[in-house]
Design a protein around this ligand. Structure first.
Ligand SMILES: Nc1ncnc2c1ncn2[C@@H]1O[C@H](COP(=O)(O)OP(=O)(O)OP(=O)(O)O)[C@@H](O)[C@H]1O
Ligand SMILES: [Mg+2]
Length: 234
């Protein structure tokens, strides 16, 4: 593999893991068109990427909601770029909030919502624009363990219904194994993609009953990260 040879297959859920500071967010931001590459080439669906594009949606760790808009207002605001009619924006925003189970909370402000609910608003906002590619940078990193598990179930359901192409950055090996079809492993800085691991586990993936294959894959991924850490120390 060349230094960062990453290929997202259409409709596939790909996770990217690696130690802190290896450049995961940088890579994701380059795919989003937020930062420019100094070297190499990046295309999405054959289109050269040099700026953000509506076919690519991004979800961040810190939710990035406007505190002065309600949940519905946040989704509607994001739709302004694509949908001219106000009633249609409202309808699409409500449909997206319903998809993430928040129709009862549409009129609440971010300050009145829990972390998991805020992230669901952010997911609704991104999905309402119907992007082909969904980029998520540690989206559940700020949530407690229980909420994170519920978000994994929600995301798995949404993904199974819509089959978006997803790139999901995390440093949590278990999270990657619960969600992804393919896991790319990056080494510590300078970040390189060192391995591509196929996750051959059926969905839905239970946390209560771990498959022996899950444990095997976990061992393999932790080993790769650990090995990289040891080589860095030498
Ligand atoms: N290929 C690269 N070329 C130049 N600078 C890079 C490259 N990759 C990462 N960096 C720089 O390294 C720093 C850390 O990168 P980044 O934030 O992407 O890491 P990360 O893997 O997302 O870390 P964390 O897990 O802590 O979020 C940033 O300042 C970024 O600009
Ligand atoms: Mg990061």
């Amino acid at each position: 593999m060349t230094p960062t040879d990453l290929r997202l297959e259409p409709g596939t859920f790909t996770a990217l893991i690696g130690p802190s500071g290896c450049g995961k967010s940088t890579l994701l931001n380059a795919v989003a068109g937020f930062v420019q590459l100094s070297n190499g080439a990046l295309t999405v669906d054959g289109r050269h990427v040099d700026r953000p594009h509506p076919s690519v949606g991004v979800i961040f760790q810190n939710f990035a909601l406007f505190p002065w808009f309600t949940a519905r207002g946040n989704v509607e605001f994001a739709l302004k770029r694509f949908v001219r009619s106000k009633p249609e924006r409202r309808e699409r925003a409500m449909a997206a909030l319903k998809e993430v189970g928040l129709e009862q909370h549409a009129e609440k402000y971010p300050g009145q919502l829990s972390g998991g609910m805020k992230q669901r608003v952010a997911i609704a906002r991104t999905l309402s624009a119907d992007p082909d590619v969904l980029l998520m940078d540690e989206p559940f990193g700020a949530l407690d363990a229980q909420t994170r598990l519920r978000m994994h179930e929600l995301l798995t359901d949404l993904w199974m219904q819509r089959r978006k192409t997803v790139l999901f950055v995390t440093h949590d090996v278990d999270e990657a194994l619960r969600l992804a079809d393919v896991v790319y492993v990056m080494s510590a800085s300078p970040g390189r993609i060192i391995r591509k691991v196929d996750v051959d586990l059926d969905r839905p993936r239970s946390v209560e009953r771990l498959d022996p294959r899950f444990l095997e894959l976990r061992g393999e991924l932790l080993g790769l990260l650990r090995h990289d850490e040891l080589t860095q120390e030498e």
